[in-house]
Design a protein around this ligand. Structure first.
Ligand code: SF4
Length: 433
């Protein structure tokens, strides 16, 4: 059997690099000029209020603009860019497209820009479960998947297969993080029904402890491309120095499609991947007693047990989890906390022996509503919970969190990236094409 081809190209400037990556893997060979093509970047979230370093978190505009340019030059003109970003009060996709300069792609090339959250979803029956997928993704003739080369604290890596979870509606995304489901056996189902013709992994940056801006980005300067999504993910995984057989969602996808996860079954063209293989850590270290991040213990924080997030915590709560940690850290004034346990997600049940139990989010509130171990419940009910509700609920119990400390932390996250190290915000706005 012919091996799938994956190209790995060092990023110099975007147009030539992409062209080379696509030429080497025959990236355009499965597209026809009449195709209605959906391009799916990873634009999982943006923050319009506080500084947001997008490095390794969202697909660079440099890659998106030049990909569109190459497609148009080759006669592919029926183009849509679609994404379903994390939505709190209202859909934010169009605002993210604007920040990233995509309106120029609409003006110059007639590219349609679609926030899936504002469009229709169609329920698809996978046997194991039903999931609602963006109509625009199901109706596309071909999909070009443009994920980022990043890690994920629940799935270890987040590449092509994971990126397509963004085609689900909010309810289905939450369903994938079900209490009794294995996350790794849910979202890969989405890829099975979608006509993915090309995957381009944007490795201009890579991200440690992803998938969001609280992880740490590194300049990586690679583009990885293939008409075979699994093969592309395998190569991306190897470059981040993980073995594909240890990545549960890749294993599930390979099992479902009868495929191999062995790098030997792939033809890698371009760069020697061993030259670029470098471990990128995916997870935050917790104390062995599950009382909180190791960093809390190092600071001498006691009287507090923050149970580590599990895979039942969906993206909405995950995005609020790090702010919650920083807020709790800000409430530490050198004295032990008064015996506080913090629970989140759909699986964590209250333990005995605590004075106060914080139920972070609607799911933790519901699961623990009659738990006899709880002396005093502090319910933060939102789905996901809001930061101000968390701060106010704790304040009522005499625990003073500081929003200023959280804001300062966000400035620190942004300011630690320096232009001289290749962290150029210009890669995430309108491009000259
Ligand atoms: S409360 Fe959190 S974990 Fe539960 S469904 Fe809402 S976002 Fe997901």
């Amino acid at each position: 059997m012919k091996k799938p081809k994956v190209s790995v190209v060092s990023y110099r400037e975007p147009y030539q690099t992409l062209k080379e990556a696509l030429d080497l893997c025959g990236g355009l060979k499965n597209l026809s000029k009449e195709d209605n093509i959906l391009i799916k970047p990873n634009l999982v979230a943006w923050d319009f209020d506080l500084p947001f370093p997008p490095y390794g978190v969202v697909t660079t505009s440099a890659v998106m603009f030049n990909l569109v340019k190459i497609l148009v030059e080759n006669g592919f003109t029926r183009l849509t860019i679609g994404e379903g970003p994390l939505t709190l009060a209202k859909p934010v996709g169009q605002a993210i497209f604007k920040v990233l300069g995509y309106e120029k792609l609409r003006e110059k090339y007639g590219v349609d820009l679609v926030d899936f959250n504002e469009d229709k979803f169609v329920e698809v029956d996978y046997g194991e479960m039903k999931l609602s997928i963006a109509r625009r993704a199901l109706e596309a003739d071909k999909i070009i998947n443009v994920p980022v080369l990043k890690t994920h604290n629940q799935c270890k890596v987040s590449l092509g297969i994971k990126n397509l979870k963004g085609c689900l509606n909010k309810k289905s995304k939450m369903q994938c993080h079900g209490r009794d489901l294995d996350l790794n056996c849910t979202f890969p189902l989405v890829s099975a029904k979608l006509p993915v013709a090309l995957t381009v992994i944007d490795g201009v940056f890579t991200l440690e402890k992803g998938p969001s801006n609280t992880g740490k980005a590194f300049r990586k300067n690679l583009i990885i491309a293939s008409t075979d999504m699994l093969a592309c993910d395998i190569v991306g995984t190897e470059i981040m120095d993980y073995r594909p057989a240890d990545i549960e969602h890749l294993k599930f996808f390979a099992m479902k499609t009868g495929r191999s996860l062995d790098l030997k079954d792939i033809e890698v063209v371009g760069e020697n991947i061993d030259k670029h293989r470098q471990y990128v850590d995916f997870d935050w270290e917790w104390t062995p007693e599950d009382t909180g991040p190791v960093g809390f213990a190092k600071r001498g924080i006691t009287g507090l047990a923050i149970r580590k997030y599990d895979s039942s915590l969906c993206t909405g709560c995950s995005a609020q989890y790090n702010p919650m940690l920083i807020l709790m850290m800000s409430a530490f004034r050198g004295e032990p906390f008064p015996g506080v346990e913090i629970l989140s997600g759909k699986r964590q049940a209250a333990s005995p022996g605590f004075e106060k139990t914080v139920l972070f989010g609607k799911c933790a509130c519901e699961l623990n509503k009659d738990n006899p171990n709880i002396k005093k419940a502090i319910r933060v009910k939102g789905c996901p919970p809001k930061q101000e509700d968390f701060i106010n609920a704790l304040k009522e119990e005499g625990i003073e969190c500081s929003m200023e400390a959280y804001t300062a932390y966000r400035h620190y996250l942004f300011n630690r990236y320096k232009a001289e190290d290749g962290f150029d915000m210009g890669l995430f706005g309108e491009q000259e094409i």
